[in-house]
Write a protein that binds this ligand. Sequence first.
Ligand SMILES: [Zn+2]
Ligand SMILES: [Zn+2]
Length: 279
Amino acid sequence: MSLPADSHVHTQFSWDAPNGDMLATCARAIEVGLPAVAFTEHVDHTVLQVSREGLDPDHFLLQLRESDGTVTPPAFDATGYLAAVADCRERFPQLRILSGLELGEPHRHVEQVAALLGAGDSDRVLGSLHTLPHADGYAEPPGLYTHRAPGEVLRSYLAEVAALVSGTDVFEVLAHVDYPVRSWPQVRGPFEPSEFEAEFRHTLGVTASSGRVLEINTVVPFHALLLRWWREEGGAAVTFGSDAHEPNDVARGFRDAVQLAEACGFRPGPRPYDVWGRS
Ligand SMILES: [Zn+2]
Ligand SMILES: [Zn+2]
């Protein structure tokens, strides 16, 4: 099986990747047989509320946490990043290296994002929703689940993804539509997508109509129903993203993801780094 590009990878230029390493990730990508990799570093402007609960005392988030419990994501070093990408392209000519960004909640930070994107080209721009309003700020799903019913968190998440897609045109690929599933509280029982079919179909339909590409994110296995609904709602294309934050996670779960995409009616594009279209 030939592997598709890994279109969602982080390195030391992402503020939440203390073990990121662009050089080692390129070497690992070649070792596992990837034709291409996109370094989609975080660009986040949402100030997070972070609880100490459940985090190791030496967790990197706690080093960034202010006394009021908030974390302000550090700025992205675009210059250093582009220099590192150029260096890697020279060292690894057999690997196609795409530049990219993962924009966190770009619909909430229109001006900052426009200023950043004006500065240069990216081969692959992901749009992401990581947080929802909580108390007088924003929190990620693990924090939200301690205050709200899981089903309600997921429904709010999908509604805001639809708002993200409608609210900005700065990104081409919708990342991890199943983000809240990663931290789904097992005490509620396993995540069952059919319970949320109407909400998923609505968000996927809005995303498809906007011409966006859907990412098959492999941090947790992507549920087959979500991809089937994507196709039924008119979704034209998919990418594959490991969301690796360290070299060894590049292309994780790709063999299963490729089988799933093929079974749901998607096929590779003409070049190995292209998105996959409908077969
Ligand atoms: Zn993300
Ligand atoms: Zn990511």
